[in-house]
Design a protein around this ligand. Structure first.
Ligand SMILES: NC(=O)c1ccc[n+]([C@@H]2O[C@H](COP(=O)([O-])OP(=O)(O)OC[C@H]3O[C@@H](n4cnc5c(N)ncnc54)[C@H](O)[C@@H]3O)[C@@H](O)[C@H]2O)c1
Length: 456
């Protein structure tokens, strides 16, 4: 290291500290999806000039036109940001050059072998590296395996000739977005931050303390990466456990929903998880696979997590078999549901969100059709199923109308997503058989004629 570079560390460092403290640092968020857009708006709302950069030019145009691209976000948030002049979206990576702080929020899915696919992270990193300049802070928010920031992201950024911790600063902060959660949002959820040198850690901590309720520093980027995987693996294992208990208790004539509600009154040592049609979204089904893959890579193993993952993956198939049994059919037979009409209430993976990524409802729909059923769906968030995705053959299907006559024509209606909008009272009145995987009728206090409602 030259004397000049050594001198420049405190200079870069204190210059960025000052810019953050005075809210003069310019922020760029790479990837304006479910995580990046709320984060960019939060940075902007707390006073930072923010640019969101996304490769999807159509999405960029919709955001700049203040379209309400995330249904569960308050409607005027994007409008206020765009009209306030402190936020704009761009599809030009050249806009990264001016940023002092670059936050990466691109997808990290699984590949065809169920191994981590970091290709979006590496592509974003190359764009950043091409323009990296001394004094910038880069933070990865996308879910990755412990060690990826140091072993995958850092070398690409250092291809610029600049060194992390010396010329630029680098950290990891796992996003904790919970779509549709009205109790917590990006700003109010504490944020874990980690980095591999003291200056980077201090800057990441200072920045997040400026935009969210509280930054929680940990000693390395790998530790911060592991926090995310542990949080999600905890959910995965507990969801598998409650679904297993649902089946076992059902055989004993005990209602799991009543049990969980009563167990939740214990003020310590218990946390409720709820059964359902399986797990979905870009997060809970994916993160534990990252942990499991990395454990294998370093000669360790995660058998409990792996068992939970396969149990969760089996739930939609189990539900299809249960549907056969409730209709008096043999699930093992050839095309047991041939000639039967089934309606799925909801294809989103979660209540009141417009997201079908890894949705168990789609896996169920596919399985029921393999078994010969004619399946329709009703989902107010998906009037029409989009192109692409994990089930491209379903593209173009339309949400069925909920009318008394239509409902009466189905052999079974399965509640797969407990969206708030549908008229469940109408379903309770008109459907000949309702299979409720979300306990929605009990929660709404709706009565269904004896023998016509089954909690599944
Ligand atoms: N959505 C959630 O609730 C959630 C929860 C936990 C974790 N995560 C994690 O957060 C990360 C982001 O997820 P998301 O749900 O926001 O994804 P998303 O698919 O909603 O959004 C990602 C955005 O990044 C853009 N993009 C892809 N490559 C790019 C590139 N090279 N440059 C610029 N933009 C690019 C895409 O066009 C897209 O708009 C992932 O690692 C995911 O696992 C998401």
């Amino acid at each position: 290291m030259t004397e000049e570079t050594m001198d420049s560390i405190p200079q870069h460092y204190s210059a960025l500290q000052d810019r953050i403290a005075r809210f003069e640092a310019r922020v760029a968020v790479v990837g304006l999806g479910y995580v990046g857009l709320p984060l960019a708006l939060t940075a902007c709302e707390t006073g930072f000039d923010t640019t969101g950069v996304d490769v999807d030019a159509g999405r960029v145009a919709r955001i700049n036109a203040a379209e309400h691209v995330i249904s569960y976000m308050p409607g005027d948030r994007i409008t206020r940001a765009v009209e306030g002049g402190r936020f704009r979206a761009s599809s030009d990576p050249a806009d990264l050059t001016a940023a002092d702080i670059v936050l990466i929020c691109v997808p990290t899915p699984l590949d065809a072998q169920n191994a981590p696919d970091l290709s979006f992270v590496t592509a974003a990193a190359r764009e950043i590296a091409r323009r990296l300049r001394p004094g910038q802070l880069v933070v990865l928010e996308s879910t990755v395996w412990p060690g990826a920031t140091a072993q995958v992201l850092r070398p690409i950024l250092e291809e610029s000739g600049l060194r992390a911790g010396r010329d630029f600063f680098l950290g990891f902060s796992p996003e904790r977005e919970d779509p549709g959660n009205h109790d917590f949002n990006t700003q109010t959820i504490p944020k874990v931050v980690g980095a591999d040198d003291p200056q980077s850690l201090a800057l990441v901590e200072q920045f997040y303390n400026a935009i969210v309720a509280r930054a929680v520093p940990v000693s390395s980027s790998a530790c911060a990466e592991a926090v995310k995987l542990v949080e999600n693996s905890f959910r995965t294992v507990n969801i598998a456990l409650v679904n297993e208990m649902k089946v076992a208790l059902d055989a004993m004539g005990v209602d799991i929903w009543e049990v969980v509600a009563a167990a939740s009154t214990k003020p310590f040592g218990y946390m409720p998880f709820y059964p359902g049609p399986g797990i979905g979204g870009a997060c809970i089904p994916v993160s534990p696979a990252y942990l499991s893959w990395r454990a294998g890579d370093v000669g360790s193993a995660t058998p409990m997590i792996d068992l939970a993952r396969s149990s969760n993956d089996a739930v939609p198939g189990d539900l299809a078999a249960r549907t056969c049994r409730e209709l008096g059919l043999d699930a093992e037979g050839a095309a047991p549901l041939a000639g039967r009409r089934i309606l799925l209430m909801g294809i989103a993976y979660k209540r009141d969100v417009e997201d079908t990524r890894r949705s168990p409802a789609l896996a169920l729909l596919d399985r029921l059709e393999e078994m010969g059923a004619q399946v329709d769906y009703h989902d107010p968030y998906f009037p029409r199923m989009a192109e692409g995705g994990e089930y491209p053959h379903l593209a173009g299907r339309m949400s069925a109308d909920l009318t008394e006559a239509a409902l009466a024509g189905y052999d079974a209606v399965i509640v797969t997503t407990d969206h708030s909008a549908p008229d469940y009272a109408l379903v309770a009145r008109a459907a000949p058989l309702v299979l409720d995987s979300r306990n929605v009728f009990a929660k709404l206090g709706l009565t269904v004629a004896p023998g016509r409602l089954v909690k599944v």
